[in-house]
Design a protein around this ligand. Structure first.
Ligand SMILES: [Zn+2]
Length: 290
């Protein structure tokens, strides 16, 4: 594995292996490994944080070290410039003080891995909903997604960027047993982690969320936006998650597409709000015309 395929957390622990034991010795690590739901995806083992974010072992260790450092000045931050995740309501991830975004946001190519889905109906539903959700983001800010159906028949276990370097990510079905409806990745995620995952619960007829809305939310992560409710100004009964390496692009927006149900905020249709639009344009500029 080359370093370009490693997460930032992976690189931190490769360069400073002594930090592994330090991280695992923190009470935060013990608490998180007890509290967070583990899930196995494509041979990898992840913890589900904030509802739909997947952390591998190294990312969980770095998360624990950062939380511990925030709680205790005696523990130094191991990598102040390395973000745990990409962030941007809109709340952005920052890398060395700059928001994480795609270098070329006009060619975000993806495929929908057909053979991963138990039925053709599910594949067609997700394919159609991805088309709608990507159109909504394209009408919001200067990004352009393109579905590449010629790769939809690829092996679902493959990493699409490994099949074709012009492919950014794949959308695939995975049975995470309801631990999330869908999950995504950030601009800081290495190529093997660039996938939008769809759980069987996404197709549950009793689902309370709009299915296109869920994909708008996940594509918000893909573009570099973190959960709106993790930021300062969010109601205190919203989940208290890691706030490091985050950039506030707008004022707090309880109706953001990136907000969960908590503190009276969050919506079931997960629409892109005016504040989301303003924040997204700060990162990507106005929609591309023509
Ligand atoms: Zn999310």
């Amino acid at each position: 594995m080359t370093t370009s395929h490693m997460t930032l957390a992976g690189r931190v622990f490769m360069e400073q292996p002594e930090l592994i034991a330090a991280a695992e010795g923190t009470s935060v690590f013990t608490d998180l490994t007890t509290r967070l739901e583990p899930v196995q995806i494509g041979g990898g083992f992840y913890y589900v944080a904030e509802g739909d974010l997947l952390l591998d072992g190294d990312e969980l260790r770095l998360y624990a070290l950062r939380r511990e450092a925030a709680n205790n000045d005696a523990v130094p931050d191991p990598a102040p410039s390395a973000p745990l995740e990409a962030s941007a309501a809109l709340t952005g991830i920052s890398v060395a003080g700059r928001p994480a975004r795609w270098e070329d946001p006009t060619s975000l190519h993806y495929c929908v891995l057909k053979d991963s889905f138990p039925s053709d109906d599910m594949y067609h539903t997700v394919r159609g909903n991805m088309a709608a959700a990507t159109r909504d983001w394209q009408a919001t800010c200067g990004v352009h997604f393109r579905h590449r159906p010629e790769w939809d028949k690829a092996d679902p276990a493959a990493s699409p960027p490994g099949l074709d370097p012009t492919l950014l990510f794949g959308v695939r079905f995975v049975d995470a047993q309801g631990k999330f409806y869908a999950a995504a990745f950030f601009p800081t995620s290495p190529p093997p982690r660039r996938r939008v995952l769809i759980d069987p619960s996404y197709f549950d007829p009793a689902l309370r969320f709009d299915r296109v809305g869920i994909l708008r939310h996940e594509l918000g992560h893909v573009l570099g936006f973190r959960h709106e409710h993790i930021r300062n100004g969010a109601p205190p009964d919203c989940p208290n998650e890691e706030e490091g390496n985050v950039i506030d692009l707008t004022q707090y927006d309880p109706r953001s597409v990136m907000h969960y149900f908590c503190g009276g905020g969050g919506t079931s249709d997960l629409q892109i709000t005016d504040l989301d639009r303003a924040g997204a344009r700060k990162l990507y500029g106005p929609p591309i015309t023509g």
